[in-house]
Design a protein around this ligand. Structure first.
Ligand code: IMP
Length: 433
C-alpha cells in the first residue's frame, strides 16, 4: 500500500489530471484537499474529453472513491451539475464513489459576485477565476462560514446565512452589488443539499481509516505550488495551500502517513492571470505553445501566458513540497522546435539565483539565464516517435539532473497511452509487500 501526494509544481494547469488518472489504476481513494471550482482537470479517455472542476480525477475509474476534503471550498451549484453529468455517463454509479467533507466550506452566490466585482476593478491585477474562492476562504477565516454539513440542518443554515449576508452586505453594496435574497438562496441551496446528502461525510476520518486498512490513497493537488497562499508568488496566488503539506492539514492526516510526493510540471511554463513570469514568451514561440498546447483556461477560457521551463520555480516547488520524483507533461507541444530553452537560474541585482525569489520586486526584476538544447522532430516527420529521440531523452535527463530529482513519467499527448510511466509509486509499493 502507499499514500502518495501529487502536486502541480508550477502555476497550475500542469496536466495533473492525466497523470493522476493513470496512477489511479491502483488507487482506492483519490482525494482533493484545497481550492474549489477554480480548478479544471481535463481527462481524455478513448478519445473522449472530460473536465472536472471539483471532483478529483479518479472519477473515471470504477471502484475508486473520490473525496472532496475538509479544506476545500465547495460550490454546490457546480458540484451538483458535475455529479449529474458524470452519473448520466455511467460514472459515480455507487454512492460510496464520492465523499464530500461535511466541514468543507460553502461558496455562496454572493462570494462569486464579490470575486467578480473586485476582479472587474481596474486597479485589480490578480485576475482571479471569479469562482468566489478568495471571498469563501475569507468568510471561513472570519468564522462566519457556512459548511457543507449545514445544508442538512435547515434552521441552522438559515440562521448562519442571515449572519453571513449581514457581514458581507457593506462590501457588496460598496462595490455596486445587489443585496442577496436570503430566502431564495436558502431554498436553492437546501434543495441542492438534499441531492448531495448521500455523499456528505467526515472525509478526514474516512481517509484515515482507508490508510489504516492499507488501501492505496492518492492526494491530488489542484492549482500549483507557485499559487500557494504562503509559499507562492503572493499576492498573485490563490487563497489556499497548494503545497504538499496542505494535503495533511487539509484532511487532518499526519505527515507520518505520507509515503511519497510526486510533482508534475509541463515541459514549458504557463500562468493565467497577473504576476511576474520571468520566462514568459511574448513572441511567435509563445503563441505557438499556446496554440499547440491548447493553453486556454478550462474553467474561464482565458488564454494562458506561455514561456520556457523555469527551473528556479521548479526548485522552489520541490523544496516547499518535498517532491521526490517528477512527471514532465505536454512534451509533444515542444516537438518540431529547432532548439528548446531551459531557464537554469536568474540574475537579480547582480546576483545569480538558483531558486525563485519570493519578494515580488526581485521576481519582477529577475532575468532568466538559459541553457539551449536541441529540439526533437514533430510527430510523423521522422521514423522515430518524438518520445524515442535522443534529443527528447537528453531534455528529460537534463531537467532531472539540474533539479536533482528523477523523472518518473513523461507525457506526449492527451490520451492514456501517451504517458510513459517509468516508476509507479503504487506498483512499486505493491511489489515491495
Ligand atoms: P482564484 O483561485 O480564482 O482566486 O484565482 C487566483 C489566481 O490563481 C489567479 O491568477 C488564477 O488564474 C489562478 N488560478 C486559480 N486556480 C487555477 C488553476 O486551476 N489553474 C491555473 N491558475 C489558477
Amino acid at each position: 500500500m502507499a499514500v502518495v501526494i501529487v502536486v502541480g509544481a508550477q502555476w497550475g494547469d500542469e496536466g495533473k489530471g492525466k497523470v493522476v488518472d493513470l496512477l489511479t489504476e491502483r488507487a482506492r481513494y483519490v482525494v482533493r484537499w484545497a481550492g474549489g471550482a477554480n480548478a479544471g482537470h481535463t481527462l481524455v479517455v478513448d478519445g473522449k474529453k472530460y473536465v472536472t472542476r471539483l471532483i478529483p480525477s479518479g472519477v473515471l475509474r470504477s471502484g475508486v472513491t473520490c473525496v472532496l476534503g475538509e479544506a476545500m471550498v465547495v460550490d454546490p451549484t457546480v458540484l451538483v451539475d458535475e455529479v449529474r453529468a458524470f452519473r448520466a455517463q455511467g460514472f459515480l454509479a455507487r454512492h460510496e464513489d464520492l465523499v464530500v467533507a461535511a466541514r468543507a466550506h460553502l461558496t455562496l452566490p454572493y462570494h462569486r459576485e464579490l470575486d467578480r466585482l473586485r476582479d472587474e476593478r481596474p486597479d485589480n491585477t490578480i485576475g482571479t477565476t471569479r469562482k468566489g474562492i478568495g471571498p469563501t476562504y475569507e468568510s471561513k477565516a472570519a468564522r462566519i462560514g457556512l459548511r457543507v454539513g449545514d445544508l442538512l440542518h435547515p434552521d441552522r443554515f438559515r440562521l448562519q446565512l442571515a449572519r453571513q449576508i449581514e457581514a458581507l452586505l457593506p462590501q457588496l453594496t460598496a462595490l455596486g452589488g445587489a443585496a442577496p435574497d436570503a430566502t431564495e438562496i436558502a431554498a436553492h441551496y437546501l434543495a441542492l443539499g438534499q441531492e448531495l446528502r448521500p455523499y456528505i461525510a467526515d472525509a478526514s476520518k474516512l481517509v484515515h481509516e482507508a490508510i489504516t486498512r492499507g488501501d492505496n490513497v492518492m492526494f491530488e493537488g489542484a492549482q500549483g505550488v507557485l499559487l500557494d497562499i504562503d509559499h507562492g508568488t503572493y499576492p498573485y496566488v490563490t487563497s489556499s495551500s497548494a503545497t504538499a503539506g496542505g494535503a495533511c492539514a487539509g484532511l487532518g492526516i499526519g505527515p507520518t502517513a505520507i509515503d511519497t510526493v510526486l510533482g508534475i510540471a509541463k515541459g514549458y511554463a504557463t500562468r493565467v492571470g497577473g504576476g511576474p513570469f520571468p520566462t514568459e514568451l511574448k513572441d511567435a514561440t509563445g503563441d505557438l505553445l499556446r496554440k499547440r498546447g491548447n493553453e486556454f483556461g478550462s474553467v474561464t477560457g482565458r488564454p494562458r501566458r506561455c514561456g520556457w521551463l523555469d527551473l528556479p520555480a521548479l526548485r522552489l516547488a520541490i523544496r516547499t513540497s518535498g517532491i521526490e520524483g517528477l512527471a514532465l507533461t505536454k512534451l509533444d507541444v515542444l516537438s518540431g522546435l529547432e532548439r528548446v530553452r531551459i531557464c537554469v537560474g536568474y540574475r537579480v541585482g547582480g546576483q545569480t539565483l538558483e531558486e525563485m525569489p519570493l519578494d515580488i520586486d526581485d521576481l519582477a526584476a529577475a532575468e532568466p539565464i538559459y541553457e539551449d538544447l536541441d529540439g526533437w522532430p514533430a510527430p510523423g516527420s521522422a521514423d522515430t516517435p518524438p518520445s524515442a529521440t535522443k534529443a527528447a531523452a537528453r531534455f528529460v535527463a537534463r531537467v532531472g539532473e539540474l533539479v536533482g530529482r528523477p523523472v518518473w513519467a513523461t507525457s506526449w499527448g492527451a490520451g492514456r497511452a501517451e504517458t510513459i510511466l517509468t516508476l509507479d509509486p503504487f506498483a512499486s509499493a505493491d511489489a515491495a509487500v
